[in-house]
Design a protein around this ligand. Structure first.
Ligand SMILES: C[S@@+](CC[C@H](N)C(=O)[O-])C[C@H]1O[C@@H](n2cnc3c(N)ncnc32)[C@H](O)[C@@H]1O
Length: 303
């Protein structure tokens, strides 16, 4: 046998041996109790499926597959446009369009639908809202008009001049949203809120610290909005991925106990430039998978 082919076969054997060794290692790791949900190794959890060998490299591959799929999706046939001005029924957009002078408001137009979808249930109620990024102050006027006279707004800005916008139902706090010590002293004075809207500096480190410090202070049923998360690979997106992956890490038994993340994250909504986290109304103590009815096809799913 020519030595080239012998070498090739030897190498093939080596490849096979290496592959089985790797599979054996992965199988041993899978057998360790409690690891499939990644409590100790978040990378293991990223692609983890109990009893399989799916792990982080595969998860990265599927991320890439989804990303490439998004690139080659055909254009849809959506009707309606976000550039047509106020559509009937969105009071925020109507306010914005009618607002032509006074303290400035600066908004992407498609945000109005997102706001109204997640915030309309708070209208007319004694709602407590934190708005990070006061700027001209026009958005505070917009929120007061939208929520009504019972709203209390905590405006946060790094710019001292924003203090001048304090007034009826509006408190202004001057500080740096990327500083956990600032949030600690803020929370000592005002410990809970229904809504947090981060429209501040828009840098990922600012957005992450703000979420880490304020999410626990959002009341059950409340909403956390982070806007201007610009760029497909802006790191805040990956941060939200990490935060929300454990939502589905409840195992495969038909009943599961919720963990702390379920107390703080009910659902996550990703929009162009905006991430919305809704907090559950009441903590789900357990998750239950239920079958109702009597007739089911015989299948491995019922084994
Ligand atoms: C985009 S403007 C806010 C716009 C306003 N919410 C509106 O709708 O018109 C951003 C604001 O964030 C403030 N800001 C920037 N960096 C900040 C930081 N690290 N902490 C707090 N506020 C910050 C700026 O001073 C500015 O007033």
């Amino acid at each position: 046998m020519p030595s080239g082919i012998r070498g090739l076969l030897a190498r093939l054997g080596l490849v096979r041996a290496t592959r089985s060794f790797r599979h054996a290692l992965v199988a041993r790791r899978d057998a360790r109790p409690g690891e499939e949900d990644g409590s100790t190794d978040p990378f293991a959890a990223l692609g983890g499926v109990a009893g399989s060998t799916l792990r982080y490299p595969e998860s990265a591959r599927y991320f890439s597959r989804g990303y490439r799929y998004a690139q080659r999706l055909p254009r849809g046939t959506s009707t309606g446009s976000t550039e047509e001005g106020a559509r009937e029924g969105n009071p925020l957009e109507q306010f914005f369009d009618a607002y032509t002078e006074g303290p400035g408001i600066w908004k992407w137009r498609h945000y109005f639908d997102i706001y109204d979808r997640h915030l309309s249930r708070f209208r007319g109620k004694p709602v407590r809202m934190v708005e990070i990024g006061v700027f001209g102050g026009g958005s505070i006027q917009m929120w007061r008009e939208y929520f009504g006279s019972q709203v209390h707004i905590y405006g946060i800005d790094i710019d001292e001049s924003c203090r001048a916008l304090e007034g009826d139902g509006v408190e202004i706090f001057i500080g740096d949203q990327s500083d956990p010590a600032f949030w600690a002293s803020f929370l000592e004075r005002s410990p809970t809120f229904d809504i947090v809207l981060d429209d501040g500096g828009h840098m990922p480190h600012q957005q992450m610290v703000t979420l880490e410090c304020l999410l626990p202070a959002v009341r059950p049923g409340g909403v956390f909005i982070c806007e201007d998360v610009q760029g497909a690979f802006q790191p805040f997106h990956a941060f939200v991925d990490g935060l929300t992956h454990p939502l589905s890490g409840i195992g495969y038994a038909e009943q599961a106990t919720a963990s702390a993340v379920h107390d703080h994250v009910g659902s996550v909504h990703r929009y162009p430039l905006v991430t919305v986290i809704e907090k559950p109304g009441a903590s789900a103590a357990r998750f239950r998978s239920e079958r109702h009815g009597t007739d089911f096809p015989t299948s491995k799913w019922l084994a």
